[in-house]
Design a protein around this ligand. Structure first.
Ligand SMILES: Nc1ncnc2c1ncn2[C@@H]1O[C@H](COP(=O)(O)OP(=O)(O)OP(=O)(O)O)[C@@H](O)[C@H]1O
Ligand SMILES: [Mg+2]
Length: 305
């Protein structure tokens, strides 16, 4: 009886061992297959990635080339429109037509530049070129550029800089101007009543690094149409526009996508809070190097565009 039990136990353990071996074998096979599949996928992904990069590069080159072809005749149109605008023998209807030619041409030029900007950013070809920048003067000029637009719409544009702004910083003037003009331009474009307030506040100064660094908040608030909560994330995507079609006609929805990328390149993030029908606030906190003693010669880095 005891021998019978032992034999059964032996048979059972042999069966169990065989089953375990088979299971281990199956597991190893499945593992090998999985690894082969992962390797295949990885190669496939790497290939797709390379193809995408090549396509992006081709797109960027295409836009850069075509933009040159488009800009050349457009600049002639704008130049001659400006010459005609200055003529003093024009009847009012003709003057108005020439103004429209000039404004539309200018608008087209902005759109071409925006498309080139975005494709450059996507191809990783946009680089910041920081220079010595007299901040208070720079900001005043930006506000003056936009003031005309606000006046034309009959809304206010209030500029509130903090008194403690650093006199000179190290930043990419062209890109900072591009972001601020887009944000202020949007605020004016989407506001019919009330106005726009542009605040520049000093958050803190970090003295720890070799150069002092000022953390500055740039905030643009408006009393305009506002943005619905479900649209808030989308507006930073290229070609995304919220709101009604009348305002859409005045742009192609690239300004915020480009601005967000530039602000990210500057190490920050563009933020927004908005209430439909009440208005919007866009802001960014930038850490900017404060220049204390400007050397006699200070060559600026070459402009990338
Ligand atoms: N201050 C604002 N108030 C209300 N809506 C805004 C405001 N700023 C942006 N938006 C919304 O976000 C969308 C995207 O803005 P973005 O600047 O990218 O494009 P755009 O101004 O329409 O066109 P572009 O900048 O290319 O001329 C706008 O179309 C608008 O719907
Ligand atoms: Mg815009």
């Amino acid at each position: 009886m005891k021998r019978q039990v032992n034999r059964e136990l032996l048979v059972r353990s042999v069966c169990y061992a065989i089953e375990r071996k088979q299971a281990a074998e199956a597991l190893r096979k499945a593992n090998d297959e999985l690894e082969i599949r992962i390797a295949e996928r990885t190669t496939q992904l790497a290939k797709t990635n390379e193809e995408l990069k090549a396509a992006n590069k081709a797109k960027s080159e295409f836009f850069t080339n075509i933009s040159h072809e488009l800009r050349t005749p457009l600049n002639s149109i704008l130049g001659f429109a400006q010459v005609l605008q200055r003529a003093d023998n024009l009847i009012p209807e003709h003057k108005e037509s020439i103004d429209i030619i000039y404004q539309s041409g200018n608008h087209l030029l902005t759109m071409i530049n925006d498309i080139v900007n975005l494709s450059k950013i996507e191809a990783g070809k946009m680089h910041l070129g920081p220079q010595y920048l007299p901040l208070p003067e720079f900001l005043k000029t930006v506000v003056e550029i936009l003031r005309i637009k606000a006046e034309q719409k009959g809304i206010s544009l209030t500029y509130q800089p903090t008194s403690s702004l650093p006199a000179v910083i190290h930043a990419d003037e062209k890109r900072l101007r591009q972001v601020l003009i887009n944000l202020l331009g949007n605020a004016i474009k989407f506001t019919e009543k009330g106005g726009v307030t542009f605040k520049v506040a000093m958050l803190h100064v970090k003295e720890s690094s070799a150069y002092p660094e000022a953390s500055i908040r740039f905030e643009i608030a408006d009393t305009g149409i506002g943005i619905a909560p479900e649209q808030l994330e989308k507006i930073f995507l290229p070609f995304e526009q919220a709101g009604n079609s009348r305002n859409k006609a005045e742009g192609i929805g690239l300004g915020l996508a480009i601005s967000q990328k530039i602000v990210q390149m500057m190490g920050s993030i563009l933020q927004v809070q908005s209430q439909l029908g009440e208005g919007s606030v866009f802001w960014m906190d930038l850490d900017l190097q404060v220049v204390t003693g400007i050397p006699r010669s200070h060559p600026s880095l070459p402009d990338s565009e």
